[in-house]
Write a protein that binds this ligand. Structure first.
Ligand SMILES: *Cc1c(COP(=O)(O)O)cnc(C)c1O
Length: 462
């Protein structure tokens, strides 16, 4: 029988996370400290608790999920796998389209998968307060939710433009007991410096990260740490529960994906769904794996593979990644979660290896895809998720042209019910496409030309 919804029993929830670092054919380049040498794990100790640092540097393929974290996750996991049969019918495609529905969590996205894990490990380590940054507010609301569940204080620096334009996520954070301020703020040296130079700045994720890290490391009691919602190895690790569940669910209906798709801002939902399938590809399966980004912030498709800082104030270690430069201030497109200047180093190494085929979409095509989706499937996707849907529709149309029964699996990273202003602007014709001009990109890249060079190592198998 053809199923539209595929559910896993709670007893079948994955009990381990999958660590792609253990299987990459060429190892990742190490993060570097200010002196240009690889950092040691204890250098991260003021920022993260040691139990998470251990996960960050782990080379173990499988890492056990503590039972208490599973208990937190049961609120919404296992998440449903759905088949987009109404969209398939509308497109008249022979492709079968499955999506892992991460919009069913309380905050409405995949982000709490790592938020609850990070909050739990911090609590275990004796930490009392977490700081973080948030763009459109999805990560901030996920961490606020998670901190409430485990009993931690939560402080969120929210990018100014979103703070002003998208007040509803801020209200969610307050509802879950967190304190949310606009970034740049007057509360940190990093914030005050930017405000004195650019009083009208819309802010950026990079600036907000600097502020959150500064507040964590300057707590005189040493009981504050910082939490990051994407990019880092341990964050991607926690998200692999998405792909591990999806794999079991695909098996239940006797399917294997030919194509795996996810939108990528810092890369966590994409990695979460795709990494268990990247493992299959490394082991010989033929799978096309596509991370999707906006043309306005073309990190994977146009930016060089370099060593760069994760934040604007240059406080983080140097990470080997595709980067538009840490001073990049992205244009205010509506896919707020996809405006980061860098990309997860694990994903970047997989791109260098040739295991992934990144792609960029314009804002208008993404919204058009979101409207098609909303009017066929019914659910209204987040603007970030819409980028993945645009790629799904393209692949489904291609399958039709070629007359091939492709199986497409993608990550439905979140719902768009807090993002309706963007839909309103699209429907009233106020949105435009934006492609980052070369001159603009080169200006930001010039600022990182003196940083250490990142060598592109690959096995040559893909
Ligand atoms: C934050 C977010 C993203 C982008 O972040 P990743 O770390 O790349 O997954 C994508 N979709 C939704 C719904 C988000 O909230």
């Amino acid at each position: 029988m053809e199923q539209t919804k595929i559910f896993l029993n709670e007893s079948d929830i994955p009990r381990q996370w999958y660590n792609l670092a253990a299987d990459l054919p060429t190892p990742m380049l190490p993060p570097l400290g200010p002196d240009g040498n690889p950092i040691s794990p204890d250098m991260l100790a003021p920022v993260f608790p040691m139990n998470l640092i251990e996960q960050e540097v782990s080379q173990d393929r499988w890492i056990d999920i503590p039972g208490e974290i599973l208990d937190l996750l049961y609120r919404w996991r296992p998440a449903p796998l759905r088949r987009a049969r109404y969209l398939e019918k509308y497109l008249d495609t022979p492709a079968r389209i499955y999506f892992k529905d991460e919009s069913t969590s309380p905050p409405g996205s995949h982000k709490p998968n790592t938020a609850v894990a990070q909050a739990w490990y911090n609590k275990q380590f004796g930490i009392e307060r977490l700081t973080t940054e948030t763009g459109a507010g999805q990560w901030g609301s996920a961490l606020a939710f998670a901190c409430q569940l485990v009993g931690l204080e939560c402080k969120v620096f929210m990018v100014r433009i979103s703070f002003d334009q998208k007040p509803f996520r801020k209200m969610m954070m307050n509802t879950w007991g967190a304190n949310c301020v606009a970034s740049p703020s007057n509360e940190t040296n990093a914030g005050r410096k930017i405000l004195s130079e650019m009083p009208d700045t819309p802010g950026s994720l990079g600036i907000a990260i600097s502020e959150a890290i500064e507040q964590a490391v300057t707590d005189p009691a040493g009981k504050t740490r910082y939490a990051l919602g994407s990019v880092l190895n341990h964050v991607l690790l926690h998200q692999t529960i998405i792909g591990l569940e999806a794999k079991k669910q695909m098996k239940m209906v006797g399917e294997k994906p030919d194509i795996v798709i996810g939108c990528a801002g810092g890369g966590s939902n994409f990695a979460g769904l795709s990494f268990p399938f990247v493992a299959d590809k490394i082991n010989g399966d033929e799978i096309k794996i596509i991370p999707v980004e906006p043309t306005a912030c073309p990190t994977m498709t146009r930016a060089p593979f370099v060593y760069d800082f994760g934040d604007t104030a240059c406080t983080t270690p140097l990470l080997a990644m595709h980067s538009l430069g840490h001073s990049f201030v992205p244009p205010p497109i509506h896919a707020g979660g996809l405006r980061y200047h860098g990309m997860a180093p694990l994903i970047c190494q997989a791109i260098v290896e040739g295991l992934l085929e990144p792609r960029a979409y314009h804002q208008l095509q993404s919204y058009e895809a979101a409207i098609t989706w909303s009017r066929t499937e019914g659910f209204i996707p987040a603007p970030e998720t819409s980028q993945a849907i645009a790629a799904v529709i393209d692949e489904a149309k291609k399958a039709k042209e070629e007359g091939k029964e492709k199986v497409i699996l993608f990550c439905y990273s979140g719902h768009g019910l807090m993002d309706l202003v963007g839909y309103d602007k699209y429907l009233s014709g106020q949105l435009t496409d934006y492609e980052l001009p070369d001159e603009e990109m080169n200006k930001f890249l010039a600022a990182i030309k003196d940083l250490p060079k990142a060598e592109m190592r690959k096995s040559g198998k893909w």
